[in-house]
Design a protein. Structure first.
Length: 238
């Protein structure tokens, strides 16, 4: 019987993960959608990410204790093992997925997808079990295309990301939405959206700005830390 691994995007999913699904769980604790990711090696990337994320207030993550060891577990997954990738449709999750896939080799890789764009968070154990039973195995051509997304993202190659996403639109239509959302981040449209919400919120309460942002822009999947950084920039420049 082959070994089975489940790579989960975040600790929240691990807390609700069905106990009757066997296999080792590995947690992706990154936010690669936010900050610099272009690096010549994994060691350089980890060093850069650790320095960047340490600037965040309100995060207690020790990068080399909590994040890197999980990625090392992914790198060490044996060939021909079954790997199940539990990632949602939004840009935040997709960028993490692209990186994780870049670390995998000759395993049997499946995507486990939520029932809706609202993600895994609203699903109970029974629904998560059904999602697992409906997992989608990646063909070799699909895997090759998905592996190319990470280097394209690292170099801000928008045309390449869109080309790869369009190539897989029939199997994975959410990739094009993520590609468009990434373009909006780089062209400043995301910042303009937050600025507009902030202008309409009186007083300038962050919690309300964040709630409105999540309602208006679910495709990004940003957490409060990512939105707070942009919010703080606008507040400090008032």
């Amino acid at each position: 019987m082959s070994l089975s691994y489940h790579i989960l995007n975040g600790d929240m999913l691990r807390q609700q993960f069905p106990k009757n699904i066997s296999g080792e769980t590995i947690i992706c604790r990154e936010a690669l959608v936010d900050g610099e990711v272009n690096a010549g090696s994994l060691d350089e990337l980890f060093k850069s990410r650790a320095a960047y994320l340490s600037q965040y207030e309100g995060t207690n993550t020790d990068y080399y204790k909590d994040v890197v060891p999980e990625f090392q577990k992914i790198i060490n997954i044996p060939e021909h093992a079954e790997v199940n990738l539990w990632f949602e449709f939004d840009l935040f999750c997709q960028v993490n997925l692209w990186f994780v896939i870049s670390l995998l080799k000759n395993q049997h890789i499946n995507l486990v997808l939520p029932q809706s764009e609202q993600g895994f968070g609203i699903m109970n154990e029974k629904e998560l079990r059904v999602a697992f039973e409906c997992k989608k195995g990646l063909s070799q051509s699909q895997l090759i295309a998905l592996k190319e997304l990470w280097p394209a993202y690292q170099s801000n190659n928008l045309s390449k990301i869109e080309e790869l996403a369009a190539r897989q639109r029939n199997a994975f239509p959410f990739l094009l939405k993520a590609a468009k959302a990434n373009e909006r981040v780089l062209n400043g449209d995301l910042r303009n959206t937050i600025k507009q919400i902030l202008a309409q919120t009186n007083p300038a309460d962050f919690n309300e700005v964040f709630r409105q942002f999540c309602r208006q822009e679910p495709t990004f999947g940003f957490g409060d830390l990512q939105v707070k950084r942009i919010y703080d920039e606008f507040i400090s420049n008032r």
